[in-house]
Design a protein around this ligand. Structure first.
Ligand SMILES: *Cc1c(COP(=O)(O)O)cnc(C)c1O
Length: 352
């Protein structure tokens, strides 16, 4: 064997949900938004002058920062933007998690956290969720090198009360606590206002789920200006021109249409609640998801079997063959019509 292999960074990569090449599938496996972005985004795309592509983009993404500052009523220096929240989270791990003490996160959570920890050689410990998939706050009141928690959690969809997150943030003044709010707009309460109160809190959000733009890769974080400065120092030492010119404009256009955003989010919440009722009638059980997906198991048929049958029928949902959750399906909320097709299929399949 050649020597170079000894010095390769070896990591086991994150496995994203499948993006099927075939058309006419019902895609409920990666929590994308079933609606297109606002018509404002279409206009911005049409108006884009391709000659601009000769120039590097604004490394600070100023137009997008300004629009975020206005939308959320914070100062620009309290916001960091990245190429999807995966980029923001990766940068945050690199920036804030350099302690020899382990960082902590739940055993059942976003499956990218342990991948980044391995990638950056960050020691970590996972804390088992309780039987009902809720977090045990005491697990997070121990010495640690940092904490990352999603609100609501993925793939369970469960959100804790604000006081739970606040207690964890307040009790860990010497660690940065990252709250990953990829799904918060679908009904959970955001910890975002707490950035004014705690200098160790970083709140990460994304355009991929509630803002219909997974294809553009836009993520952002809120925190006190010093945290944001630290993040930017690391970003500019890694790759400064991350967000391209088109994306900066399209993201800004999306923020200019809050009515569209609220309307589409509301539709998804309504469809989610309808789907919950239907799944319950079919013998599924699940927690009270506050996200754009339902994490469900069936009373008598194995999840993996249902998963395969659905795939045959070109309905893609997510199945994780992992301890504790291998009898669950994570079903993204699509349009009402897509969910009706899913329910019809399940009615037939389960009554065989
Ligand atoms: C989808 C998701 C992300 C990443 O989203 P981006 O598309 O990179 O913005 C981050 N955290 C959780 C929990 C997610 O589900």
């Amino acid at each position: 064997m050649s020597d170079w292999r000894t010095y390769v960074r070896k990591v086991e990569p994150y496995v994203p949900g499948e993006q099927p090449k075939e058309k006419n599938v019902i895609k409920l496996n990666t929590n994308e938004n079933p609606y297109p972005p606002s018509p404002r985004v279409a206009e911005a795309l049409m108006e884009f002058d391709y000659d601009e592509l000769r120039r590097y983009p604004d490394p600070e993404s100023t137009i997008l920062l300004d629009a975020l500052a206005e939308t959320y009523h914070v100062d620009k220096n309290q916001i960091f933007v990245g190429v999807g929240s995966d980029d923001v989270l990766a940068m945050s791990f690199m920036t804030f998690f350099n302690s020899p003490k382990p960082i902590i996160f739940p055993d059942i959570t976003y499956s990218f956290y342990d991948v980044w920890a391995d990638e950056f050689r960050i020691p970590y410990e996972t804390k088992p969720l309780k039987e009902d998939f809720r977090i045990d706050v005491d697990d997070y009141l121990v010495e640690n090198g940092g904490i990352v928690l999603p609100n609501p959690n993925a793939p369970t969809g469960l959100a804790e009360g604000l006081e739970v997150y606040e207690r964890i943030i307040r009790s860990n003044p010497d660690s940065v606590v990252i709250i990953d709010e990829a799904y918060v707009d679908f009904g959970a309460e955001s910890v975002f206002p707490l950035i004014e109160k705690y200098d160790n809190l970083l709140v990460v959000q994304t355009f991929s789920k509630s803002r219909c733009m997974a294809g553009s890769r836009i993520g952002y974080a809120f925190g006190n200006p010093e945290l944001i400065r630290c993040l930017n120092d690391v970003k500019y030492s890694f790759n400064s021109y991350t967000m391209d010119r088109i994306t900066q404009k399209l993201g800004t256009a999306m923020l200019m249409d809050p009515e569209y955003f609220e309307h589409t989010v509301q539709s998804i919440i309504e469809t989610r609640e309808w789907t919950k009722q239907e799944l319950q009638k079919l013998g599924f059980t699940f927690g009270d998801s506050k996200a754009n997906f339902i994490f469900a198991k069936h009373e008598s048929v194995y999840a993996e079997e249902i998963f395969k049958a659905l795939k045959e029928a070109k309905i893609y949902v997510r199945y994780f063959k992992k301890p504790r959750i291998d009898n669950y399906l994570r079903i993204s909320i699509g349009t009402r019509k897509e969910m009706e097709t899913l329910v019809l299929f399940l009615q037939e399949y389960l009554s065989r």
